[in-house]
Ligand binder design. Structure first.
Ligand code: DON
Length: 554
């Protein structure tokens, strides 16, 4: 009897011990809009898993945050499947149309007004609808008819305009006015609607319904696709039926990085985010941070970013088209070599680094993070590129096309909308996917888990990087998303700051070392974080205070 009681006690101790090592996860969602977060939670409550929630969240974001992502856009869904402990990156990046050419935005005979940022010529073939179908079919438990239902309802019945979206409409007012279908939804007799005005999108509701009822093939093939292509060509685009019919999401192996006692699972090319963060963390591993003061750490991190962004410009592109020396770039020996060129007391002017061999991005884009009670995770960053993408709605479809073609290096040495330069590796090519900065990331160590990502063009990478470093320093989820932002991207040779990001002393410490520092008028990023503390079992969400988002745990 006594032995039995002891044995029971022993079993309980073992269970308690195991629970302390790996407590049960909870359902958690953090996204850029409360309606999207609520839709994700609804799926989790109604028998769906993290992947179904991801479909519902993306679809609602397509409706309520149309300046940032949508049916006409694309992105990366980083998935962790608890069963089998498997990570995968679903690459739903837009693909260049087959008729795209390296000089299509620079050729002397190009039609006046054609550009890589506005109108149908700016758009790659969208990946989001294909991603939703892939997630539902391969990983989810619910049909699209269920996970798209909240988005359809909000598109049909409308949602109240909020200040952040109103501001985006104001910035793009003239361009939206030029696309009749966009003007009908987002403008009120040509004017910017008031906060609180109901934004109804019946055409978008019908497009989402088509996906929900007939499946993704109805979008990429057949009669509806024909009408889509005809509309785009009528307005000057170059898409063909074949472009849509051949579009596929690509399952890629995410990049796995190691830093201190943690493993990072993050975006692989055609995102540049993981490679840049990997190079930076490797360079930082050459120093003992615990013995360095705050200003020196910041200086070192910015110098590492400068060097990694130089490599981004020269080497990185679509892995299906270019050979990239990833093993070398991510090796500890390479980082050690790079670190020897960093001076602790002095910034290195970017033009002192080897130039990029020529032969060889406000509230647009969105990120959300999901964890479910089985331990499945999603970190997804999705986009139409700039505010409202190409600011062009194909007549009758209700969705905005992306302007992701501008993420290509459209002319050697010429900066894109995010001031990024590139080379041949990221030149435009038929069916090629443009290099991205979107960096959805999981970080896991014995202390717990971090799920993180953000919009912000090139600043996504420094934003996610500083968030990860903050997590190592013990910051809470709320502190990580609120952290003032500091960025360097090699060219322009500038440390850029959000308003008030650094104190006068901190700024002077950078300038004494020779950094050129520029404080902007705008904030950037909209970080959505979930943390899970393995010691306490606590799961916490945090949504960037700069945005309108919300997190929920249950
Ligand atoms: O893929 C990229 O890097 C860009 N298209 C992301 C654009 C973006 O984050 C805009 N947000 N502010």
């Amino acid at each position: 009897m006594r032995w039995r009681r002891m044995r029971t006690a022993f079993v309980w101790l073992v269970i308690a011990g195991a629970a302390a090592a790996a407590p049960t996860p909870k359902n958690a969602v953090a996204s850029a809009h409360p309606l999207a977060t609520a839709a994700g939670m609804q799926m989790l409550r109604e028998g769906g898993n993290a992947f179904d929630a991801a479909v519902a969240v993306s679809a609602v974001l397509a409706v309520v945050e149309p300046a940032s992502s949508g049916v006409g856009g694309g992105g990366f869904y980083l998935l962790h499947s608890a069963k089998g402990n498997r990570d995968v990156m679903v690459d739903a990046r837009e693909a260049a149309p087959l008729a795209a050419r390296a000089d299509m935005y620079v050729a002397p005979d190009r039609a006046p007004g054609t550009s890589s940022t506005d109108g149908p010529l700016a758009a790659g073939i969208p990946g989001e609808p294909a991603a939703w179908a892939h997630l539902a079919r391969q990983y989810g438990r619910l049909p699209l008819s269920k996970s798209l239902a909240p988005a359809i309802q909000i598109a049909r019945d409308g949602f109240p305009l909020y200040a952040r979206l109103q501001n985006a409409i104001r910035v793009k007012q003239a361009r939206l006015a030029a696309s009749p279908d966009a003007a009908r939804v987002f403008l009120d007799n040509g004017q910017v609607p008031a906060v609180g005005a109901l934004i109804r999108q019946p055409d978008l509701a019908a497009t989402l319904e088509l996906l929900a009822r007939k499946g993704v093939d109805a979008f990429y093939r057949g009669e509806w696709a024909d009408r889509l292509v005809d509309g785009i060509r009528r307005d000057g685009g170059i898409w063909t039926r074949e472009d849509l019919a051949r579009y596929r999401v690509v399952e890629r192996k995410p990049l796995t990085l190691h830093y201190r006692d943690a493993t990072l699972v993050t975006a692989a090319p055609p995102s540049s985010g993981g490679v840049v963060i990997g190079e930076v963390l490797n360079m930082l591993s050459e120093y003992d941070f615990s013995h360095l003061d705050r200003d020196t750490r910041r200086h070192l991190t910015l110098e590492a970013l400068r060097r990694a962004f130089r490599d981004r410009a020269e080497y990185l592109g679509d892995p299906d088209f270019v050979q990239m020396p990833l093993q070398r770039l991510l090796s500890a020996d390479y980082a050690a070599g790079m670190a020897t060129s960093i001076r602790l007391d002095r910034a290195t002017p970017s033009d002192m680094l080897r130039p990029v061999a020529e032969e060889s991005e406000g509230p647009h884009t969105t990120h959300f993070s999901v964890l479910d009670a089985q331990g499945n995770r999603v970190a997804a960053t999705i986009s139409v590129n700039l505010f409202f993408g190409a600011t062009y709605v194909v007549p009758g479809t209700g969705f905005l096309l992306n302007d992701t073609m501008d993420d290509f290096s459209i002319e050697a040495g010429k900066p894109n909308a995010f001031q990024l330069v590139g080379a041949a590796a990221n030149a435009v090519g038929p069916a090629k996917r443009a290099l991205s900065s979107m960096t959805p990331t999981f970080v896991e160590s014995p202390k717990g888990l971090l799920i993180i990502g953000s919009p912000g063009g090139s600043t996504i990478i420094s934003n996610v990087l500083f968030g990860i470093l903050g997590w190592f320093d013990g910051m809470s989820a709320a502190q990580i998303v609120a952290m003032p932002r500091v960025h360097h991207q090699y060219l322009p040779d500038l440390v850029t700051l959000e308003p008030g990001a650094l104190s006068a002393d901190e700024r002077a410490a950078l300038e004494r070392r020779g950094h050129h520092v520029s404080e902007g008028r705008n904030t950037w990023g909209n970080t959505q974080v979930i943390t899970w503390d393995y010691q306490t079992g606590e799961v916490v969400t945090a949504s960037d205070p700069r945005g309108f988002g919300a997190g929920l745990v249950y």
